[in-house]
Structure formats: structure tokens, C-alpha cells
Design a protein around this ligand. Structure first.
Ligand code: ADE
Length: 332
């Protein structure tokens, strides 16, 4: 796979929709592999609790670090103190010491709830499939996908922003984090593996990202906009779509990626689009677009993009790289 994606959530079935549309196709084509995991599978108590009251007081609940710790240690192939697994890494996948998914659960929502201490991997919602056996020196993702060990964390930590992502990146949606932008999407589209941790309730214990950063993992926290959602699931869907559509071979027409708003160092809103007919309900397509003069068309569109951006998103004009402006731009 070009990219392996793990999503941890208390609502893994939310991600069933990823089987549809282009991302579903990309999974069928072996371009990406997506597995959604249920965080509660890493709990040990009868109630499968994942949250607790905030230290220092306040409303709501905060996601507990221990459960996330066990889950992420396992996904990252790190040996945490509660690590309970793989004594025989060389064993074949069939006899799987860590216990990957049942083959017949692949592609289905196998949500076990209740029952005593289900093994984490029992309930992996494996949205793709992989049956290659795990070889020594490789790590297996929970769903049986196999990745090489150098895809895993150590040494790939990048600064929070501005560096291309390689190897594994751990991402937490968080309304109080920096905004997720097209630049981040582009950067993350170069990663081998993305692990998304969906917070619920009022958030997650701040030591979770801190800990994995300290372990050398490239950890990112992002907000998708200045509004509050009930949990990270929708935010992860948004980021996932923005990232995966940039993968080579994902889109039918790669050109459609290049020309869009927010792309490159030239983030302007796009010009308005028209198709035929030239006149519709007394509204006409601008003449210049029918002129066949490509130079004029380009200029018209560029002017419109600048004008609309300065009206709607002056912050983007503010952030514009002046080197990108030409002498005609300055007159608009
Ligand atoms: N969780 C809740 N609201 C969010 C937002 N706006 N962005 C990312 N994660 C969130």
C-alpha cells in the first residue's frame, strides 16, 4: 500500500462510509489500507470506560491516558509497560501472537460489545484486506496488514509544521489546535502511515500526545475550523479526504488537484466556473470566456480570483507571497 491508515475511535463504525466513493475505490485498488479500531477494546474494566473527570475540576469528561497508551503502543509497535503481546515476533500470521483479525471479519463491522476483555484485534473494523504473512523484522498492523519496521516511528519526528511527513504520523483532531490547511494535507500525503486518534467528550489527557512526541513519534494536533464538533470523527473524515485525494493515482484527473484553491504558495480562492449554455434564465456567461483568447481568459480568471479573495478572505491576501504577484495583479 502507498499509505496505511489506522483510525481509533469509540465509534469505529462511523468510518464504514470510507468504503464508498473514491476512498473505497482506492482501497479496492490497493492504494490505501484503512482500518478503524475501537478504543474500548484496549480497556480492561467491565464497563470499558475510556474517560474520567477532569483533574482541577470542570464540566465534562476527559479521555484517560492509560487506554490510549495501550492502544497506541500496540499500533505503533512500541513496548509500553502494559504491553501484553508479541513474545515471538517471528511467528506466522496465522498463529499470530498479537492476534490479528479473524479472516472472515475482514471488510465487515465486527463490533464486539460486552463480553469479557475482548482482545483488541477482535473488533478491528478492517476496511481493506491483506493476507500477506508477517515476516520477521516486520510489524503487523492490527488488521493483518504488514508494514516494514522502518515505517514506524523512531527517527521520523518532524517539527510540528513545515516539514514533509515521512514514516508514521500520529494525528489528533482537537478544536484547540492549529488549523489544518491544504499545506498540512500535502505534507501528510507523503507519509507511509497515518494513525488518527479520535477524541470524544471534552477532550483527551494532554499527556497522550506529549508522551508519544517524547518517544520520537511525529505527533500532530489539528483543528479543522473554528467551531466545535462532538468528537474527532468528522474532523478525521475531513482530513483523511483532503490527504488521500492527493495520493498519486487517487484522482481520475490529477490536473484537478493542481488548479484548486488553497494550493501551492499561491492560495487564492478560485475564479467562478461556468459551463454551457452561454445563456441560462437570462444569466449570461462572461463574454471573455467565450472569446477563445486564452491570455484574456487567464487574466480574467486571475483578476476575479484576486478580487474575490480580497473580499471574502482578506487573510489569504495578507498571507500571499508578494513574489507570486505580477504587474497586472497590482492593478486589480
Ligand atoms: N473536535 C471537536 N471540534 C473539532 C474541530 N473543530 N476540529 C478538530 N477536532 C475537533
Amino acid at each position: 500500500y502507498l499509505m496505511n491508515i489506522d483510525i481509533v475511535s469509540v465509534f469505529p463504525e462511523y468510518f464504514d462510509v470510507l468504503r464508498l466513493s473514491l476512498l473505497g475505490k482506492a482501497q479496492e485498488n490497493g492504494l490505501v489500507h484503512v482500518a478503524a479500531h475501537n478504543l474500548r477494546d484496549w480497556t480492561h474494566d467491565v464497563h470499558h470506560s475510556v474517560d474520567d473527570t477532569p483533574v482541577g475540576g470542570g464540566a465534562g469528561m476527559v479521555m484517560k491516558p492509560e487506554v490510549w497508551g495501550e492502544c497506541l503502543d500496540e499500533l505503533l509497535g512500541l513496548r509500553g509497560d502494559a504491553y501484553d503481546g508479541d513474545a515471538n515476533p517471528g511467528e506466522a500470521a496465522g498463529t499470530d501472537p498479537i492476534g490479528r483479525h479473524e479472516p472472515d471479519s475482514a471488510g465487515s463491522v465486527a463490533l464486539t460489545n460486552g463480553g469479557s476483555a475482548p482482545h483488541p484485534t477482535d473488533t478491528v473494523n478492517d476496511i481493506g484486506t491483506s493476507d500477506r504473512p508477517v515476516m520477521p523484522g516486520e510489524a503487523a498492523t492490527l488488521d493483518g496488514a504488514v508494514i516494514s519496521e522502518d515505517a514506524i516511528a523512531p527517527g521520523n519526528s518532524a517539527d510540528a509544521h513545515g516539514t514533509d511527513a515521512h514514516g508514521t504520523v500520529l494525528i489528533f483532531p482537537n478544536p484547540s489546535a492549529p488549523l489544518f490547511t491544504q499545506r498540512d494535507a500535502t505534507e501528510l500525503s507523503h507519509a507511509d502511515r497515518l494513525i488518527f486518534g479520535c477524541g470524544r467528550y471534552e477532550g483527551y489527557d494532554a499527556r497522550i500526545p506529549d508522551h508519544y512526541r517524547a518517544q520520537g513519534v511525529d505527533v500532530r494536533e489539528y483543528s479543522i475550523g473554528d467551531y466545535v464538533l462532538n468528537g474527532g470523527e468528522v474532523a478525521v473524515s475531513v482530513m483523511l479526504e483532503a490527504i488521500t485525494r492527493l495520493l498519486p493515482g487517487f484522482m481520475g484527473n490529477p490536473e484537478s488537484i493542481v488548479e484548486e484553491s488553497y494550493t501551492g504558495g499561491n492560495a487564492l480562492l478560485e475564479h467562478r466556473q461556468y459551463t454551457k449554455p452561454a445563456a441560462w434564465r437570462s444569466l449570461e456567461v462572461p463574454d471573455v470566456l467565450l472569446s477563445g483568447d486564452h491570455g484574456k481568459v487567464d487574466r480574467f480568471r486571475r483578476n476575479e480570483a484576486l478580487q474575490r479573495t480580497s473580499e471574502i478572505r482578506p487573510d489569504l491576501i495578507e498571507a500571499l507571497d508578494c513574489q507570486q504577484l505580477d504587474k497586472f495583479d497590482r492593478k486589480t
